[in-house]
Every structure is written in structure tokens, then in C-alpha cells.
Write a protein that binds this ligand. Structure first.
Ligand code: C2E
Ligand code: MG
Ligand code: MG
Length: 637
């Protein structure tokens, strides 16, 4: 807290610096008065011995006045003391000059010393006054002497003159040496201060252009370097490539290993990226886990693509973070200047779009920007803008894909899958619009609608006599993170009257990274009510399996990418077999999705899979069609 009396560091430094200067000035004035007093005493004694009473008296009088100046200085009035001291000395020297040998008098030497003191200690006004007075004196005395009006006798040289002159020189020399020392020190301090200022200026400039974590250029500097590279490319008729890089799984690593490890990883990625570029190219951290690479002198798109491939390769080997190997992949978008644009912002936007395309294509990939992407971005915006209205005007509907018990062939449930019938664009796949709804947050409202609809439909089936049918609903992680999912599920059950045991919620593996108390509390309470929990697309996500027990999930749904190649690919078969064995030993049920033919079905039965869904039986069907499917079957309790 700042109190009213608190002073900041700068204020404190300047106050303590000025009090140190005052102290030094006081010391110097005292030293000079002391030195002059010693010198005058010496000369006074000399004159007393030679019975030159007048000069001796003048010296002693001067010493007396200097004592007064000393007192004033001690009282803290330094300017007055310095003015008085120099005035006294000037007065004494002037009297000596007038009374003794005139312009031949060695007291004239004292003038020089006095001017130095006045200049350093007294300030400009005192200095000018004294200088004027001294010149006037010399002029008047010189003219009077020349005119013979007042003539100073110059007696022959005595031994005492040598002593007097030496004493004056020593006193003036000593004092000047002290003052010159102060000046030298002051200059040295100024020089050191200058160096410090230059160093901190250099640091400020560095910070302004660099990312503090990785030391890479920041976006500001990257823009600057890009503009230089583009200007050069335009002169040489070559190209500049802008690569936009985003790490694919950084959030997972950050969440599971912690932020310190995340930072370490970013630094290591930065190092590898710097190794992959040429010396004139720039690597920049644009923020978070995004990096930009500006590559100059690129011949064509193919060369830029080669560079992107090199970058992907460079990040392929595992990173060593927190004592363990961590695998990282990235998605890269490439834009080329001047073809795709001649300013940084345009190219950045296009490289960013291309990067998203690379992500969409399954990650760990690169894409070059093309015009088609621009239209796909417009389509994205069109979808995002129309989605809320779509919910209100009932453009969404639910389709239901039947689920079967494999051994008995009994229809045991249905997975609710959303569809969007767009008035202009036709049927839009959930794989296209769910990610957009997640980004805009509308998934919370859409998800709540899906739950209401699915529960209501299941109740209708139960009323038709199919009381054993269960309905599965897909949930997005966003509904857990930002929506009040527990309340929404309970409301859907209560509004429809569906028993909780007939509802199954499909969660994705990525959700379980958020191993928070609140999250596990929600799952636990839903489970207590009797709601079933499944892991959807099992095998494609996070591989820490500890969560399977902790979160009381009941079912694993093997991702259809493993199921569809089950017959052709022995490796996929091995994976499916392992998943089924593991699930059974954990007492979890297994559902295979994407069963398209009898051979796959047979193999899955042989492997012990419990349930399945897929085009072999039926795709996801509108409710009426699903009802027709039911009609041919025995009602179940
Ligand atoms: P999912 O939950 O894994 O759903 C299974 C997807 O596989 C469905 O695609 C389904 O039509 C498709 N499928 C089923 N059997 C076969 C088959 O034999 N072969 C092939 N090739 N595909 C089959 P769909 O309906 O396009 O849904 C895609 C994804 O969209 C879903 O994957 C789910 O993740 C998401 N999704 C769908 N509806 C919702 C929803 O209401 N809420 C949320 N959050 N996500 C949803
Ligand atoms: Mg699903
Ligand atoms: Mg699935």
C-alpha cells in the first residue's frame, strides 16, 4: 500500500542524491577554507616575523572573516557561504594588490583560484560578478599606474616572495585538485549512468520485439521482418512464405503435465523451429501454442510446402519434458506473398485459414492457402450466424440409429444423432456444425434441446410397449465446462418422465482430462440417479486409462475407425481385441460402432463384443422410420 508519505524509488534516489551533493559541497567549502586559512596563517606569520604589520593584520582579518563563512556553511546556507568566502578572498587579494606591488603582486595568482572556487561552488552569478570586479580592478589599477596617478612600488625580490607565491599556488592547487576530482567522479558517474540507461533501453527494445518465454520474435517484430522480406522478394522477383503453426495437442499436455511443463515444451519447440529455418528467416511466437515462420527467398509454392514438411519432421521426434518423452504434432498453414497478398495481415489471415484446414484434415498436416478456403470460411461464418435462428425455427431434428445386442440380435437402444436441414445449404452433417456450435457456445442450448427431444422420443417408444429401449445422447465437453449439465439432464428426465436407467450419456475421452472435484461430483450424482455413462470414440483420444474406474463409466464405444478395418487389418483387430478384453475385466460393456457388414459382425461376436450399431442394420433414421423398424419387432418390457 502507498501511504501519503511514501515516496517512490525515483523520488527517494533523487532526494538522497541531492543530500549527498550538499554534504560534499559543505565538505569542499570547509576544506578550502581550511587550506586557505593554513596558507594565510603561514603568510601572516612570515609577515609578522618580517614586521610587515599591515599585511599580517590583513591576513588575520581575512582568517576571522573566513571563520564566519565557515559557520554560515555549517548552518546549511552553502550558496551564501560560498559567495562570502570568494568575496572575502577577492577583497583580501585586491587589497594586497593595491597596497603592495600592484599588477606585479603574486596575490594576482589568487584571482585565478578564487574564480575556480566561485565557478564550481558559487554558481554563475557570483562568478560573473567576481570576474567583472577583478577585471575592473586590473583596468583601474593598471591605468592609474600607467598615468602615474597611483603608483605601486615593486621592491626587489625577497626570499619571502618565493614562499608567498608557493603558498598561494599550493593552496589554490590543492583546492582546484579537490574540485577537479569531484568533476572527474561526476563525469564517471554520468558515463556509468549513461551505460545503464543504454543497457535498459536495449532491454526494453528487446522486450518490445520478443516473446519473454521463448525469446523468439513477437508478432510486432515478425510483421517488420515480413515487410522487409517481402520488399526484397518483390525486388528479386522471388516470394515470401508465411507459415502459421499450431500445436495439436498442447492443451492436453498443459492440462495433464502442468503449466511449467507446458512452458518447457514451448521453449523446446521454439529451439527446434529455429534450427529448421535459414539464418535470414524469422520464427515468431504469436501467442499460446501458435508460431509464425517468415521464410524469405522462396521460389514457389512447392518450395514453401517443402519447408512445411521439414517443420513437421523437425517436431516429429519426442520432446523430453518433466522427465518423460512427450509426442507433439502440429498443423501448419502456408500462405505465399505476393500471390496471396502483399500485406502481413492478409497473409496471416490466409495462413491461419490454411492451418485450420490442416487441423480439419486430421491434424499433423500442412495445407497451402487456396481461394476455395476463403469461401469455406465464409460458409463457416454463414453457419455460425444462422445457427441460433435454426434452433428457433426448428431446422434441427433428431435421427436415431438402432443399437443391437450382437449375440441375440435384439434391438436394445438407439443413439440420438442431430441433423440440420438448412433452408439454402440442405442437410448439414453434425461433424460440420457441432464444432462451430462449440466455438460459439450455442452447443449448450442445442445440447439441451437434443436431451429434451431424445428423452421425449424414448418415452413414446416405451408407451408403445418397448420399455427396455435405451436412448444414447452425445454430450459435448463444452456442456460440462460451461453449461449446467446436471440440471439440464435432470430437467429432461423429469419433463419427459423417462426413467434415468433408460438414458445413456456419451462422453468423449478428452472430457476426463478435467479431473476436477466439481466434474467428478456431477458424474457421480448422475450415475447415482441411474443414468448410464459411455465413452464415445474410445481409442482415439487421451490414453490415461485411470479415469475409467474413477468416473464409474459403464460402457465403451469402440471408435468406428478400428471397427471398419477389423477384417482387413490385423493391427486393428489386435486393438479391438485388447479393448474388449480390458473392458470386460473392468466389468464394462462394449459397443462397436460402424459395423457395415456381416463379416465384421461375426468377428466382433467372436471377440466377445456386447452390442453394436452400423449401416449393416441401419443408418441413423428419422423417428417415423425408426418406428417402422420397431413395428416388426416384439415389444419388450
Ligand atoms: P458419433 O457419436 O461417434 O456417432 C456415430 C457416427 O457414425 C454418426 O455420424 C453415424 O451416422 C455414423 N455411423 C453409424 N454407423 C456407421 C457405419 O456403419 N458406417 C459409417 N461410416 N458411419 C456410421 P453422424 O450422425 O454424422 O454424427 C457424427 C458425430 O457428430 C457423432 O459421432 C457425434 O460426435 C456428433 N454428434 C451427433 N449428434 C450430436 C449431438 O446431438 N450432440 C453432440 N454434442 N454431438 C453430436
Ligand atoms: Mg456417439
Ligand atoms: Mg462415436
Amino acid at each position: 500500500m502507498h501511504s501519503g508519505f511514501a515516496m517512490d524509488k525515483h523520488e527517494f534516489r533523487s532526494i538522497s542524491a541531492s543530500s549527498a551533493t550538499t554534504e560534499l559541497q559543505l565538505r569542499r567549502i570547509s576544506q578550502i577554507i581550511f587550506a586557505v586559512t593554513v596558507a594565510l596563517s603561514f603568510v601572516a606569520v612570515q609577515n609578522l616575523l618580517a614586521s610587515r604589520w599591515r599585511t599580517a593584520a590583513l591576513m588575520l582579518g581575512t582568517i576571522g572573516l573566513l571563520v564566519i563563512a565557515y559557520r554560515i556553511a555549517r548552518a546549511g546556507r552553502l550558496q551564501v557561504a560560498a559567495g562570502l568566502m570568494t568575496a572575502i578572498l577577492t577583497g583580501m587579494a585586491t587589497l594586497l594588490i593595491w597596497l603592495d606591488q600592484g599588477l606585479h603582486d603574486h596575490a594576482l595568482l589568487g584571482y585565478c583560484g578564487i574564480l575556480i572556487f566561485a565557478g564550481v561552488l558559487g554558481g554563475g552569478r557570483i562568478f560573473l560578478l567576481l570576474l567583472g570586479f577583478m577585471l575592473l580592478n586590473i583596468l583601474v589599477l593598471g591605468v592609474l599606474n600607467l598615468q602615474g596617478i597611483y603608483v605601486n612600488e615593486v621592491p626587489p625580490l625577497r626570499a619571502g616572495n618565493i614562499v608567498d607565491a608557493s603558498v598561494v599556488i599550493v593552496a589554490v592547487g590543492f583546492a582546484s585538485w579537490l574540485l577537479a576530482g569531484d568533476l572527474r567522479r561526476a563525469l564517471r558517474n554520468v558515463e556509468e549512468e549513461n551505460l545503464r540507461v543504454r543497457e535498459s533501453q536495449r532491454q526494453i527494445e528487446h522486450l518490445a520485439g520478443h516473446d519473454p518465454l521463448t525469446g523468439l520474435a513477437n508478432r510486432l517484430l515478425a510483421r517488420d521482418r515480413f515487410e522487409q522480406a517481402l520488399a526484397q522478394a518483390l525486388r528479386n522477383q522471388s516470394r515470401v512464405a508465411l507459415l502459421f503453426l499450431d500445436l495439436d495437442n498442447f492443451k492436453t499436455i498443459n492440462d495433464s503435465l502442468g503449466h511449467v511443463a507446458g512452458d518447457q515444451l514451448l521453449c523446446q519447440v521454439a529451439e527446434r523451429l529455429q534450427q529448421v529455418v535459414r539464418s535470414g528467416d524469422t520464427v515468431c511466437r504469436q501467442g499460446g501454442d501458435e508460431f509464425l515462420l517468415t521464410l524469405g527467398n522462396v521460389t514457389d509454392r512447392a518450395a514453401a510446402a517443402m519447408a512445411a514438411i521439414k517443420v513437421l519432421e523437425q517436431l516429429h521426434a519426442p520432446f523430453f519434458v518433466n522427465g518423460q518423452d512427450v509426442l507433439v504434432s502440429c498443423s501448419l498453414g502456408v500462405a505465399l506473398g505476393p500471390e496471396d497478398g502483399v500485406d502481413f495481415d492478409t497473409l496471416l489471415k490466409k495462413a491461419d485459414m490454411a492451418m485450420y484446414k490442416a487441423k480439419d484434415s486430421g491434424r499433423n498436416a500442412w495445407r497451402c492457402y487456396d481461394e476455395e478456403m476463403n469461401s469455406s470460411v465464409n460458409r463457416y461464418l454463414q453457419l455460425a450466424a444462422g445457427m441460433r435462428a435454426a434452433l428457433a425455427s426448428e431446422q434441427f431434428s433428431l435421427h436415431f440409429q438402432p443399437q443391437f445386442e450382437l449375440v441375440s440380435g435384439r434391438l436394445v437402444g438407439a443413439e440420438a444423432l442431430i441433423r440440420w436441414q438448412h433452408p439454402e445449404l440442405g442437410m448439414i452433417s453434425p461433424e460440420t456444425f457441432i464444432p462451430i456450435a462449440e466455438k460459439t457456445g450455442l452447443i449448450i442450448d442445442i445440447g439441451a434441446w437434443v436431451l429434451q427431444e431424445a428423452c421425449a422420443q424414448a418415452v413414446r417408444w416405451h408407451q408403445q410397449g418397448f420399455g427396455a429401449l435405451r436412448v444414447s445422447v452425445n454430450l459435448s465437453p463444452i456442456q460440462f465446462r460451461r453449461g449446467d449439465i446436471e440440471r439440464v439432464v435432470v430437467a429432461a428426465l423429469e419433463d419427459s418422465g423417462l426413467p434415468a436407467r433408460a438414458l445413456d450419456l456419451e462422453l468423449t475421452e478428452s472430457l476426463f482430462i478435467d479431473d476436477t472435484v466439481a466434474f467428478s461430483g456431477v458424474l457421480h450424482r448422475l450415475r447415482e440417479r441411474g443414468v448410464g455413462l459411455s465413452i464415445d470414440d474410445f481409442g482415439t483420444g487421451y490414453s490415461n486409462l485411470g479415469y475409467l474406474k474413477r468416473f464409474e463409466v459403464a460402457t465403451l464405444k469402440i471408435d468406428r475407425s478400428f471397427v471398419c478395418r477389423l477384417i482387413q487389418d490385423p493391427q486393428d483387430e489386435a486393438i479391438v481385441r485388447a479393448i474388449i478384453q480390458m473392458a470386460h475385466s473392468l466389468k464394462l460393456a462394449i459397443v462397436a460402432e460402424g459395423i457395415e457388414d456381416a463379416a465384421t459382425l461375426e468377428r466382433l461376436i467372436a471377440l466377445g463384443c456386447d452390442r453394436g450399431q452400423g449401416f449393416f442394420w441401419a443408418p441413423a433414421l428419422p423417428a417415423e422410420e425408426f418406428n417402422r423398424l420397431l413395428q416388426g419387432r416384439e415389444p419388450s418390457a
